[in-house]
Design a protein around this ligand. Structure first.
Ligand code: NAD
Length: 361
C-alpha cells in the first residue's frame, strides 16, 4: 500500500535522527511491500531562518494532507541561538505548540519500556523490576483540564489569590477514553484509569465515562486507581501496568516518572493523536544542540517513534513489530550509541545505528 508521511527534521540533531528513522521505514516498506511518500515540512528554527516564523499556515496545511507526521526535534541552545532573542511567539517551540493545537492532537502516548540489556540504567532495584519488566504506555489527555481552564490572579480580602480551573466536558473525556481502550486492544488488553475521584468532581465524571466506554471493549480488563496511589505503584511494582489512562496534569507528572524508570532519554518515543488516528510522532528528547553534527546522537527514540507511526496511524502492526524487534536485536547484539554505552559493548555512530536496525528488519 501507499502512504504519505510529512517529515519535519527540525533543528540540532533532528535531521540526523530523522534520516535514520526514514532509512528504517523504507526498509520496512521494502520488506512488507509498501511505499512511503515523504514531504518535507519546515518547523522551528529552520522555518524561522527560511520564513521568519516558526510555523507557516502552508506547513500546517501540508501536514494535514498526509497520513502522519514524523518529527525530529526543534530548538537551539537558548544561551547562544539568535532564535531566543525573538518574541516568545516567534521562537521555535511556539511552532510546535501551534502545530499540536492546529492538528487537534488530544491524545499523548508515552511508552516506557525497559530493555533487558539496559536494565543497569533503571534506577529501580532489580527485585522490583523482577521477571515482569516494565512495558507500559501512559495515555494522557493533552488539550483540556487544568492547563487549558480559566485562570486568574487577584486580590481578595487584601490577599493575593490565584485560581486555576480544572474543567472537562463529557465529550473531551469520552474521546480520550476510547483512545485508551483502543490502544489497550493493540497491547495486553489491560487498562488502569487514573483519577482523584475521592476529591474531584471532574474525576468522578471521568470515572463514569470510563465505565460507560468499557462496555464497548469487553475484552479489556480495566480498573480505577487514585493518582497518588499510581505514583507510588509505578516505583513499587511497575510491571502491573499496561495502559495507564489519565487526564492532562496527572499524565504530565506520571509520564515523566515512568520514563525515568526506562532509563535513557535517547530510547523514549512518543506519539500525539487526533480522533481519526492521524498523529505526530517524535522522540521525547530535545534537539541536543551540544552534540549536533557529531554523529553521536542516538536515533533509536526516533526509530521507535516511527514504529508507533506504523502501528497507530497506518495500522501496520506487523511492520511496527518488525521495527521494534530489530531495535531489541541491535541491543542484544551489544551495539550502542554513546549515551547508552557500557563496558564490552560496541560503539556506533548515529548512521551506523540506523544501518544496524535496518539490516535486522
Ligand atoms: P535535550 O533533550 O536536547 O538534551 C539533554 C541532554 O541529553 C543533552 O546532553 C543531549 O546531548 C542528550 N541527548 C538528548 N537526546 C539525545 C540523543 N538522541 N542521543 C544522545 N544524547 C541525547 O534537552 P535540552 O538540552 O534541555 O534542550 C535542547 C533544545 O531542545 C532546546 O532548544 C529545547 O527547547 C529543545 N527541546 C525540544 C523538544 C521537542 O522538539 N519536542 C523537546 C525538548 C526540548
Amino acid at each position: 500500500m501507499d502512504f504519505n508521511i510529512a517529515v519535519i527534521k527540525g533543528d540540532g540533531i533532528g535531521p540526523e535522527i530523522v534520516d535514520e528513522a526514514v532509512k528504517v521505514l523504507d526498509k520496512a516498506a521494502e520488506k512488507f511491500g509498501h511505499k512511503f511518500h515523504y514531504t518535507r515540512v519546515l518547523m522551528g528554527g529552520e522555518s524561522i531562518d527560511t520564513y521568519g516564523v516558526p510555523l507557516t499556515d502552508e506547513a500546517i496545511a501540508e501536514c494535514r494532507k498526509n497520513d502522519a507526521v514524523l518529527l525530529g526535534s526543534i530548538g537551539g541552545d537558548a544561551a547562544v541561538s539568535p532564535w531566543y532573542k525573538l518574541e516568545p511567539q516567534l521562537r521555535p517551540e511556539a511552532g510546535l505548540l501551534k502545530l499540536r493545537k492546529s492538528l487537534g492532537l488530544f491524545a499523548n502516548l508515552r511508552p516506557a519500556y525497559l530493555y533487558d540489556e539496559l536494565r543497569a540504567a533503571c534506577p529501580l532495584r532489580d527485585d522490583i523490576i523482577g521477571d515482569k519488566g516494565v512495558d507500559l504506555v501512559i495515555v494522557r489527555e493533552l488539550t483540556g483540564g487544568l492547563y487549558f481552564g480559566e485562570r486568574k490572579t487577584f486580590v481578595a480580602d487584601g490577599l493575593k489569590t490565584a485560581v486555576d480551573t480544572l474543567s472537562y466536558n463529557e465529550n473531551e473525556i469520552r474521546r480520550i477514553c476510547r483512545k485508551g481502550f483502543e490502544i489497550a486492544m493493540k497491547r495486553r488488553k489491560k487498562l488502569t484509569s487514573v483519577d482523584k475521584a475521592n476529591v474531584l468532581d471532574s474525576s468522578r465524571l471521568w470515572r463514569s465515562i470510563v465505565e460507560e466506554t468499557a462496555k464497548d471493549f469487553p475484552e479489556v480488563e480495566y480498573s480505577h486507581m487514585l493518582v497518588d496511589n499510581c505514583a507510588m505503584q509505578l516505583v513499587r511494582d511497575p510491571g502491573q501496568f499496561d495502559v495507564v489512562l489519565t487526564e492532562n496534569m496527572f499524565g504530565d507528572i506520571l509520564s515523566d516518572e515512568a520514563s525515568e524508570i526506562a532509563g535513557s532519554l535517547g530510547m523514549l518515543p512518543s506519539a500525539s493523536l487526533n480522533e481519526t488516528g492521524f498523529g505526530m510522532y517524535e522522540p521525547s528528547h530535545g534537539s541536543a544542540p551540544d552534540i549536533a553534527g557529531t554523529g553521536k546522537a542516538n536515533p533509536l527514540a526516533t526509530i521507535l517513534s516511527a514504529a508507533m507511526l506504523l502501528r497507530y496511524s497506518l495500522n501496520l502492526d506487523k511492520e511496527a513489530d518488525a521495527v521494534e524487534n530489530a531495535v531489541s536485536s541491535v541491543l542484544k547484539d551489544g551495539l550502542r550509541t554513546g549515551d547508552i554505552m557500557s563496558d564490552g559493548m560496541k560503539l556506533l555512530s548515529c548512521s551506523q545505528m540506523g544501518d544496524a536496525v535496518a539490516d535486522r528488519i
